[in-house]
Design a protein around this ligand. Structure first.
Ligand SMILES: Cc1cc2nc3c(=O)[nH]c(=O)nc-3n(C[C@H](O)[C@H](O)[C@H](O)COP(=O)(O)OP(=O)(O)OC[C@H]3O[C@@H](n4cnc5c(N)ncnc54)[C@H](O)[C@@H]3O)c2cc1C
Length: 422
C-alpha cells in the first residue's frame, strides 16, 4: 500500500495503535507503509479475535451491490460515508486479493473470501505487517492517559504483571464496541474518553435479537425453528416504513436472525422511545392477499385446518404455530381475517437482547468530537477508528467495510498529522 512519494516522506516517528482488530491493523498498515515505527497494543493474547470469529460461520467481508445502495445502508455522518467512497467494496476486495486471498460474490450479493475463512487472510495480513516493521504487543491492556502524554498499560510479559508507561508521537485508538466481550472489545474505554471531556454516546446492542413473551407451547415446541422467506417490517421514529425480505429464527427468548438484525436499529429506537416495539411479519410475501383468500376458499374436505393450510399455502409448522400464537380463534374461523393475519402478523418485542450477545454495538465516539482526519479535536495527536465510532450498519459485510475504511482514513490522518509536526 504505497501512497506517499519518497520525497514527501516525513522523518520516522513513533505511533501507538491500541486495539488490533480490523480497524487498528488497517491503520497500522497505512502508517507503517509511510515509514513510521508502529506498535500495536492489544489486551488479548492475540490480535484479530473478533475478526477470526466472524470467519467461523463464513466470513462476509463486504457487499457487491451498487455503491450508492451500499452507502445507504449506513447510519453515519457524511464524513464517515466519505471514507466509504475512498475505500469502497471494490477497493476492499482488491486489497484482499493483494494478500493472496480470492473472493467471490454469493447469491445474496455478499462477498466472501474463497474459502469463507478469516484465518488465512489474517495470517497473510500479519505477515505483511511484520515485513513493514509493525510490532505487536499482546496482553497490553490500556488503562488511560496520564497528562495527555503518556499511555498507561497493564501488561503481562514473561508471566509477570507490570504497569507500563508509553509515549508516542501519535496515538490511534481502535478499541471496538462492546459485543462479545470475551473477544476483547468490552467498552471499558468509554469512561477513559469521557473523563477527558470527549462525548461518547452510550454503546447499545445492534444487529441483535429481541425478547418476546412467547407462550410455553411455542417456546417448547418451536424454539430454534427458522422462518424462511418472510417479509419483516416496522416503522422508524419518523414513521417511515422499513422492510426487508429475509428470514428470522424463533428463539427461546424471542426472535433473532438476519432480517431481525437488519431492522434492529429501528426496533431498538422504538423500544427506547415506547418501552416496546412492533414488528410486522408477512408469512407469505410472494403471495398476494387475493391469492391467499382464493386458496383458503377452496373446499377443505376431510383435512384438518392445519393440514389444509399446509397443503394450500405451504406454511411450515413454525409459521403455522406463529399464526396461532399471534391470532385469536375467531380469526381462524373467517377466511378474510385469516388471510389478512397471514400477510401481517404483529409481534410485540419487549427488550433488545444484552449487548454482549449482539453482533455489533452502535453508539461510541460522537462524530462532532472528530476532525476530518478522525483526530479528537480535544486531544490533538489522538485518532479513533472502527466500531468505537458512533455509526451503525447491518450485517452483510457492511460492518467490516466500515471498520477497514475508517481505520485506513484515520491511518492517513495520522501520517498527515505527523508530516505537519516540526
Ligand atoms: C459473531 C460475529 C460475527 C461477525 N461477522 C461479521 C461478518 O461476517 N461481516 C462483517 O462485516 N462483520 C462481522 N462482525 C462484526 C465485525 O467483526 C466487527 O464490526 C469488527 O471486528 C470491529 O472491528 P474493530 O477493529 O473496530 O474492533 P474489534 O475487532 O472489536 O477490535 C478491537 C480490539 O481492541 C482491543 N481492546 C479493546 N479494549 C482494549 C484495551 N483497553 N486495551 C487494549 N486493547 C483493547 C480488543 O482486544 C480487540 O482486539 C461479526 C461480529 C461478531 C461478534
Amino acid at each position: 500500500m504505497k501512497q506517499f512519494d519518497i520525497f514527501d516522506l516525513p522523518p520516522t516517528r513513533t505511533v501507538a495503535i491500541i486495539g488490533g482488530g480490523p480497524a487498528g491493523l488497517m491503520a497500522a498498515e497505512v502508517i507503517a507503509a509511510a515509514g513510521h515505527q508502529v506498535s500495536v497494543y492489544d489486551a488479548m493474547p492475540s490480535v484479530g479475535r473478533k475478526f477470526l470469529l466472524a470467519g467461523v460461520g463464513g466470513m462476509n467481508i463486504t457487499h457487491a451491490e451498487p455503491a450508492e445502495d451500499f452507502r445507504a445502508r449506513y447510519s453515519a455522518n457524511s464524513h464517515f460515508i466519505n471514507t466509504l467512497k475512498q475505500f469502497d467494496a471494490d477497493a476492499l476486495r482488491s486489497w484482499v486479493h493483494g494478500l493472496g486471498v480470492e473472493t467471490f460474490v454469493g447469491t445474496s450479493g455478499r462477498v466472501f473470501p474463497a474459502d469463507m475463512k478469516a484465518a488465512p487472510l489474517l495470517r497473510a495480513w500479519l505477515h505483511r505487517l511484520r515485513e513493514l516493521g509493525v510490532k505487536i504487543y499482546p496482553r497490553h491492556r490500556w488503562l488511560g492517559f496520564e497528562n495527555n502524554k503518556e499511555l498507561i498499560f497493564s501488561a503481562q510479559e514473561n508471566g509477570n504483571n507490570t504497569t507500563k508507561r508509553i509515549t508516542a508521537d501519535a496515538v490511534l485508538l481502535a478499541l471496538g464496541g462492546a459485543s462479545w466481550q470475551r473477544l476483547g472489545s468490552d467498552g471499558a474505554w468509554v469512561p477513559l474518553l469521557r473523563e477527558r471531556d470527549v462525548q461518547v454516546s452510550t454503546l447499545v446492542p445492534s444487529n441483535c435479537g429481541f425478547d418476546v413473551s412467547w407462550s410455553e407451547l411455542l417456546r417448547s415446541q418451536h424454539a430454534g425453528a427458522p422462518l424462511h422467506g418472510v417479509g419483516l417490517s416496522c416503522s422508524d421514529l419518523q414513521g417511515m416504513h422499513r422492510s426487508i425480505l429475509s428470514e428470522a429464527i424463533i428463539s427461546v427468548y424471542g426472535i433473532e436472525g438476519t432480517g431481525i438484525y437488519a431492522l434492529s436499529k429501528y426496533l431498538r429506537e422504538q423500544l427506547t422511545q415506547n418501552g416496546s416495539a412492533l414488528l410486522n411479519i408477512d408469512l407469505l410475501p410472494d403471495l398476494p392477499l387475493e391469492k391467499i383468500v382464493q386458496r383458503l376458499n377452496k373446499p377443505r374436505e376431510k383435512n384438518s385446518l392445519s393440514n389444509f393450510l399446509r397443503k394450500q399455502l405451504n406454511l411450515s409448522p413454525a409459521k403455522l404455530a406463529l399464526l396461532r400464537e399471534l391470532t385469536s380463534k375467531q380469526t381462524f374461523e373467517k377466511t378474510d381475517l385469516l388471510a389478512l393475519a397471514i400477510k401481517k402478523l404483529s409481534l410485540t418485542l419487549t427488550a433488545a437482547r444484552p449487548i454482549d450477545e449482539a453482533i455489533s454495538s452502535a453508539g461510541g465516539v460522537a462524530a462532532k468530537e472528530l476532525d476530518s482526519a478522525f483526530m479528537l479535536k480535544k486531544m490533538p495527536g489522538v485518532f479513533c477508528a472502527g466500531e468505537m465510532l458512533d455509526w451503525d450498519a447491518p450485517t452483510g459485510g457492511y460492518l467490516l467495510t466500515g471498520c477497514f475504511a475508517s481505520g485506513r482514513a484515520a491511518g492517513f490522518g495520522v501520517v498527515r498529522y505527523l508530516q505537519a509536526q516540526p
